[in-house]
Structures are given as C-alpha cells and as structure tokens.
Ligand binder design. Sequence first.
Ligand code: PBE
Length: 269
Amino acid sequence: EESESESAQMDYTITGIEPGAGQTELNEQVIEDYDSFTGWSQQTSSTGAMLTELDNAIQNEEPIIFTAWSPHYMFAKYDLKFLEDPEGIFGEGQYAAKIARLGFEEDFPIAYEILDRFEMEVGVIEDALLLAQEEELDMEELANRWVEGNRDFIDVYTEGLDPVDGKSIEILTTQWNSELFISYVTSEILTEHGFDVTVTSVDPSILFEAIASGSGDVTTSPWLPSTHGELYDRYEGEFLDFGIVYEGSRIGLAVPTYMEVDSLEDFEA
Ligand code: PBE
C-alpha cells in the first residue's frame, strides 16, 4: 500500500496531457471506476508540460503519476513502470491503424498501394524518436533523415508502381511525435513518387470526423482498440480501414520505478 502522504504529495492529481487526447478520456474513467482514485482529479495541459513535470519529479525523486505511452523516448530516458490496470481500462494489444476516406482507394490506387504496403516496427520508431530527442530534430527533419538512411527499406513500398504527376493528397495526423514521424515518412515517400502531399495535424476527434466526411484523405494515426476506440465505433462504416501500421504500442498511467506502487489499486483515495 502506498502511503497517504505520497498521494497527498501529489495533491491527488494525475498529470495528464492534451484535453483532446484519447488517453485523457481514459484517465477520467480510471478516476470514476477505481475506488482508489475517489477524490482524485486529472490536470490536463500538454505533452511538453507533462514531460517537464516528469523530469522535475525525477530530479527531486518526488512521486508523480502521469499519462504514459510507447513508442516514446520517455521509456528510454527514464526508469518508469506502467501501473497494472486490473479493470482493463487501457486495454491490451494496441496498434496504429490505416484509415482512409471512402473512395480513396479508387481515386488514388497508387498511393493506396504504397500505404497498404507500408509498415514499421515499434522498436524502429522508438530508436528514431530517441535520436530526434538527442539531436533536437523536429519530426519532419527526423523523417527526412530517416528516409535518406533507409533507402532499401523504403524502395520496397514503391517498387513496380508507376510514378504520378502532382496529384494532391492530404494526410491527417495527430500532434504526438510517433504519429508525426510516421506521417512525414509516408509523406516523403509519396512526394518522391510524384504526389503533392500536405500533412495536417488535428485532435483525434477532428481526425475521425474529417476522414468520415471526406475532407481529409488518409491517416495512419488512430490508436486502437482502446485509445480511439470510441471514435472508431462512432464513425464505423464511414471510412475504409485498410490495416495496421505498427503493433505493440502501449498506453496507461505510469510512475517512476522508485515509487512502490505497482497497480492502479494501490493508491490512497
Ligand atoms: N497518445 C499518442 C495519443 C495517441 C498517440 C497515446 C498520447 C492519444 O490520443 O492519447
């Protein structure tokens, strides 16, 4: 059992991220469903602010419970543990999905084929994100550098497909680095093949709404089955789901390993 003073030290507050994140919603459910979190609240802000608070807590060996996910460099940089979630709110076996507006496959058969072939190992994404962190690259720079350094890997996606001449495609994504990185990599591959690509970053709810209404073409950014599962179910039938970009992603609430709690049930209400 975690001591009362430690929960009090955290002000009975979960350190969250952006209000529009899928995980923000799930954290609210944790507060609602777990007796151990009665009277707690979630402080939302931004991923950057959460990472600053995490860094401060770790420098001072103070308790903190925060929104965590992988792939992200936080697990390479710090000693962290996901908390057990016996109620299964965060689910298991997360993956990033490929979703397009209805008609995308017919309108853009070559882009569809390229994206249909595209996939990336979660470990590869993690290594790339760590490199960006160390060298202070933004996600577009990281993606361009990654494509340059992985030609053989990339060529497979366009092999045997006729180049196109300036057809416009809008890729929608979310604001998190794993999704921005993948979106800029696919954007670079499509651009090199002749497409005129724009990458637009929006909140998950707008992402689904825009694909369903056809105002955006395609995305590789939804996290399923739990993170954006509610949005997926709301718009099901109004988009084309054409597979998985990467598997083995994880979400949850985490703490530094110097804290004794192991489970969401170990907190003091
Ligand atoms: N995330 C990263 C996002 C999706 C990708 C887990 C912080 C979220 O909506 O919660």
